[in-house]
Design a protein around this ligand. Structure first.
Ligand SMILES: Nc1ncnc2c1ncn2[C@@H]1O[C@H](COP(=O)(O)OP(=O)(O)O)[C@@H](O)[C@H]1O
Ligand SMILES: [Mg+2]
Length: 230
């Protein structure tokens, strides 16, 4: 089943402490996780338990106080900022609670953006890939719409298409359905399930919806700075 070559993400004894004035807050104290190619996990935990902090560390957007994160065998802390940015662009996708789409650009342009930033293919090829992904998320009729012209659920579909367009090793999702009504959240969730079974991309989804969490391969609870398998 799993072997070390299929490991896409690992963290060991990860800790994060925030210093606030004279007081320090230990948000994460000892987080361990290994994720294989194609594996889909969810992380649940109460508000303030450190879920976003953990995702930011896994993405290399923040530095741990102790421990390390490896993405495809590379220790994030060993990389320069530009090498980390390249690794993020090449190997990771992100979906947030609020879509973070660029308002001035169409759905098609937003989805093509990670490929254009990579400068590894032509503008036409990037747009073709983006069009293919938008069709897969059911938005073939919305290619030229700007984010403000789309519904909340449609914007999250665009955000998911953008996260997947580079065929990343891992997608990190921070409460991707937290801002949607229950029915739309369920639809977005089913879409993610469908897309994830069609690829080798691993998914780490933070949610406070325990029902949605259960449909992933494994559920972890973040509590008192530690991650526990449920
Ligand atoms: N930049 C920061 N500086 C100080 N404290 C922070 C910072 N970011 C988060 N925290 C604190 O860390 C804790 C966890 O926050 P967060 O990771 O956002 O939780 P969650 O996503 O689970 O709701 C909270 O108590 C929050 O106040
Ligand atoms: Mg959060």
């Amino acid at each position: 089943m799993s072997n070390s070559s299929s490991l896409v993400l690992e963290c060991h004894q990860l800790a994060k402490e925030y210093l606030e004035g004279p007081q320090s807050v230990q948000v994460l104290s000892d987080v361990n996780l290994s994720l294989n190619a194609g594996e889909r996990i969810s992380i649940i935990g109460s508000s303030g338990s450190g879920k976003s902090t953990l995702l930011n560390l896994l993405a290399g957007l923040d530095s741990p106080s102790a421990g390390e994160v490896r993405i495809q065998q590379q220790v994030l802390q060993d990389l320069s900022d530009s090498a980390k940015a390249r690794l993020r662009n090449r190997s990771m996708g992100f979906v947030y609670q609020f879509h973070h789409l660029l308002p001035e650009f169409s759905a098609l342009e937003n989805v093509a953006m990670p490929l254009l930033l990579r400068q590894a293919c032509s503008v036409n090829d990037a747009k073709e890939s983006a069009r293919g992904l938008l069709e897969r998320v059911g938005l073939a009729q919305r290619l030229s719409h700007k984010p403000a012209e789309l519904s909340g659920g449609e914007r999250q579909r665009v955000a998911i298409a953008r996260a997947l367009v580079t065929q990343p090793a891992v997608v990190l999702l921070d409460e991707p359905t937290g801002n949607l009504d229950q029915r739309t959240a369920q639809q977005i969730h089913e879409l993610m399930q469908e897309l994830s079974t069609q690829s080798d991309t691993a998914f780490v989804m933070v949610t406070h919806d325990t029902e949605l969490a259960k449909s992933m391969d494994k559920v972890y609870l973040l509590s008192e700075g530690k991650l526990e398998s449920q």
